[in-house]
Design a protein around this ligand. Sequence first.
Ligand SMILES: [Zn+2]
Length: 344
Amino acid sequence: MSGLERWFVLQIDIYGKKDIKMIRYKFLDTSIHEMNIHPNSIFSKERELARMFVSQLEKNNSLVYCPLCKSGNAELFFEKWGQKYYLCETDWSVNLLPLPDQKIMRDYFFTSELAKFRSSTEYQELATRLRQGLWSNLVEWIEGRVRRYVGMDKYHVIDWGSKFTGWINRLEKAHFISNLNMEEPLPPVKSYESTVQADLICLLDVIQRTTNPHELLKKVSKKLSLNGLLIITCRSGSGFDILTLREHSDNVFPLDHICLPSPKGIQKLLEEHGYKVLELTTPGLLDVEFVKNAKGKIPSDQYFQKHLISQFDEATLERMQIFLQQNNLSSHLRVVARRVEDRK
Ligand SMILES: [Zn+2]
């Protein structure tokens, strides 16, 4: 049985906690590794281009508040390339603060050397080749949520903030889609806006790069029909690898990562905008691998993590990853929510 097939024969416990169905996944897919997401040569170049862009930004020390819960109760968590990440003590979200302005955001994601590199054919083709397994897995997961919460028909879908042409090609082949629109994509994906409300909106790895999650949710809600489904994937700031590695995490950096909500933070955000959260899970596979690969860079005060990585075998590390998944402590967050109320 392949790792991907195992996804569907997991031990799944469904139990009610308040109104939310918490679905627990117990699986480890040995075919998914950091290399599939971040192949070394390409990822080093991306990171270097991002560092060059960010390093020339003005250092700003203005007042900080959490863009999710608006609390000013934030602790400086770490600095990277001259930019500061704060940990919100109210909801444990991690945010880049103060937030970059819209011109900087536009330059970074649309016209910078990094944006040009990411929209190149070479980069897009490599992503398509390496991410096929991940994307098939994601489409199957979304299809499962659609069948469970919406029905067996075909539906109008919007992919919000798409950044890979290969992902769009894969998604549009999905059985549950009647028509597919793309809103606010990054280059080279072309915008194809919907004139009507959709049944389903996918917001995949988008919240983490927004400076205003409330504004984003308002825009998304205008394009999603009442009772429509919102599917979210996002990096979570309260995940194991992020809390452990801080500035040493290779895969968390400005401005790709601005707003990293905790499970609690994202749930509150969705409820404020009239959504009912149906599922909230962190089925991440890679937290322990990220920490293991960063072995020499684990901060010196993280004794538990250093002990775990240096003294225990693979089987223990796998069990640790399963524990993180089961308790929503991984940094890969997935949420399924239904738009149940019209909020302005
Ligand atoms: Zn907060």
